[in-house]
Design a protein around this ligand. Structure first.
Ligand code: SF4
Length: 73
């Protein structure tokens, strides 16, 4: 299963790319093709157990249900 936070973008808002690049919505950053293998659960990776970014994001959800740490208010 592909990580639900993985996206593919063909620009960074200012510069257009020749092809789409993998983008992590949690980090708000592009990830390397090697990292994207993890995001896509290739080569025996599983994003839920092997990605620290995913684990931190979802652990925060479990500490205080309903708390959104990305909300700047
Ligand atoms: S880096 Fe982690 S959280 Fe981000 S898209 Fe990849 S697997 Fe998901």
């Amino acid at each position: 299963m592909v990580c639900p936070h993985l996206d593919y973008r063909d620009s960074d808002g200012e510069q257009a790319f020749d092809h789409e690049r993998p983008y992590c919505e949690i980090q708000a950053a592009f990830v390397s093709p090697m990292e994207a293998d993890l995001c896509r659960d290739r080569h025996d990776f599983h994003h839920e157990t092997h990605c620290a970014v995913y684990q931190r994001h979802h652990a925060a959800d479990q500490l205080v249900p309903g708390l959104n740490l990305e909300d700047g208010d």
